[in-house]
Design a protein around this ligand. Structure first.
Ligand code: H79
Length: 472
């Protein structure tokens, strides 16, 4: 009887599972939802601008704005949430927050120093907050008074920033928050005709500012949109489609993240049929795809990461969460590249324009590593081999070599490699010692072992693997 009960339950469970499978695979059976305002392109872009985006692989994110002034502290109380969300955590009235602009005077801002630091870290692109959720603009905008021109600093910050980074050969991208706590016409939800009217004005304002940014800073390579999760924006799939199209027309080669878009059914990042919108998937915020999620390589994608747990803008107290070490961050970078993605590491400069000591140190240490091993990062992607516990494989776009970045040395100092059928190892050597080959042993038909010598290192290191076809 018990047996019967269990099997009945199992049968019900199986039926449920089958129904679920059928539902999720409906698009595969041709039950495709009609989407008019989905992706502009359904394939990966192959133009030179996008190819460059792919070769860059490592970028610097910069969150800078009025939130750097309080740095997470309001009326004597430290709020441990993200510093740029302080007006929400401390329920600060808009007018009060906005008056911070009269205290904004980054007299020590020296973008050449920032750009040099980024260059030494190995960043090939930078994404800076031109306007975050509070609506404050780092450039003199014709369309608002809530900008850097109305501060005691009264100078454009973006122009010298763009110049300094461009000078160092670093591609510049603009972060832009659609959501705007300052603008009177911003709406989270459209509940009435007057909301609708206001939001139409807001859409024009958004379009005007984006056009303005492209006109003032024609060097910019793309936009990183944020703050697009509210109902008002999700209901405007047609507008975001047309806006993406328009911006790309007036600025050929422009690169736009998936977060900008919703389709006309309100589906974000991916349309209602699961197709990526924008040029790359930008949903990986403070997280990475699982190492086994090789399906992700079908699209371009980027992960953006904070150094503490969740601080983007400058926060004066970094003791309340784990602060990632350079090695942890390098691992995240390599993890991203091994799955064909980019890694954007965040920095939150202080209100005076300087960069905090902890961030400088981290940038320097990552830079020392990149100097030695950057070959395994730039222009690299998924290697097509099964991931092993010692670390990650990456493969350059050009050439046949494969890089193994080792983070965990096994007790027996033998690194397992499972090769595809018909392949064998020709040679393996340390990237920084190309003249000395490492010994290769065969474990069984499919698995080989690379023997490493005792290597006392406090950093990950890279092995180059040369493969060749097996003679049959
Ligand atoms: O700019 C950085 C963050 O400030 C910003 N994106 C990065 C790059 C960011 N803001 N919010 N989030 C990321 C996470 C979004 C949380 C939300 Fe909510 C959940 C928005 C709406 C629901 C939490 C709950 C915040 C508002 C309500």
């Amino acid at each position: 009887m018990i047996f019967l009960k269990i099997s009945l339950r199992n049968i019900i469970y199986m039926i449920k599972a089958i129904i679920f499978q059928i539902i999720i695979s409906l698009p595969l059976f041709g039950q495709v939802i009609t989407v008019k305002y989905g992706p502009l392109l359904t394939e990966k872009r192959t133009d030179t601008a996008m190819e460059k985006w792919r070769t860059n692989r490592f970028g610097q994110f910069i969150h800078w704005g009025l939130y750097a002034i309080p740095g997470g502290e309001w009326e004597g109380k430290i709020y441990t949430g993200a510093a740029e969300w302080l007006p929400v955590w401390a329920a600060i009235p808009s007018a009060h927050w906005d008056s911070l602009q009269y205290d904004f005077n980054p007299s020590r801002f020296d973008p050449k120093k920032w750009a040099k630091m980024a260059k030494h870290m190995g960043a090939r692109y930078v994404t800076i907050t031109t306007k975050h959720h509070d609506g404050f603009c780092l450039w003199p905008s014709k369309f608002t008074e809530f900008d850097v021109e109305s501060t005691p600093y009264n100078n454009d910050l973006l122009r010298p920033f763009v110049d300094a980074y461009t000078e160092e050969g670093i591609d510049v991208y603009f972060y832009y928050s659609i959501l705007d706590w300052h603008h009177p016409n911003w709406r989270k939800e459209i509940k009435s005709d007057s909301d609708q009217f206001a939001f139409e004005q807001f859409k024009s304002f958004t379009k005007n500012q984006l056009e303005e940014l492209l006109k003032l800073y024609p060097e910019v390579k793309g936009f990183w949109f944020d703050g697009t999760w509210d109902q008002s924006w999700k209901l405007n799939g047609q507008f975001s489609y047309e806006l993406e199209n328009y911006l790309k027309k007036i600025h050929p080669g422009l690169i736009v993240n998936s977060r900008m878009r919703a389709d006309e059914h309100g589906s974000r990042h991916r349309d209602s049929n699961g197709r990526l919108m924008g040029d790359y998937e930008s949903g990986y915020e403070r997280r990475l795809p699982d190492t086994g999620d090789t399906a992700i390589i079908q699209v371009d994608w980027e992960s953006c990461m904070t150094i503490p747990e969740n601080q983007w803008g400058f926060h004066k107290d970094w003791t309340t969460s784990h602060v990632k070490s350079p090695n942890e961050l390098i691992e995240m970078l390599i993890h991203s590249v091994s799955l064909g993605g980019n890694f954007l590491l965040n920095f939150g400069p202080k209100a005076d324009g300087t960069i905090r000591r902890e961030e400088k140190r981290i940038a320097k240490e990552i830079g020392q590593w990149m100097e030695k091993y950057g070959e395994a990062v730039y222009n690299c992607g998924h290697a097509g081999l099964d991931k092993q516990d010692w670390g990650y494989y990456t493969k350059p776009k050009v050439g046949d070599n494969i890089y193994m970045t080792v983070f965990n040395i096994p007790i027996n100092k033998k690194l397992k490699i499972r090769l595809p059928k018909g392949e064998q190892i020709n040679k393996a050597y340390l990237l920084d010692r190309p003249n000395r080959s490492l010994e290769i042993q065969s474990y069984n038909k499919e698995i080989s072992l690379v023997q490493i010598k005792t290597r006392s290192t406090s950093h990950p290191f890279v092995i180059v693997l040369e493969l060749k076809r097996k003679e049959s």
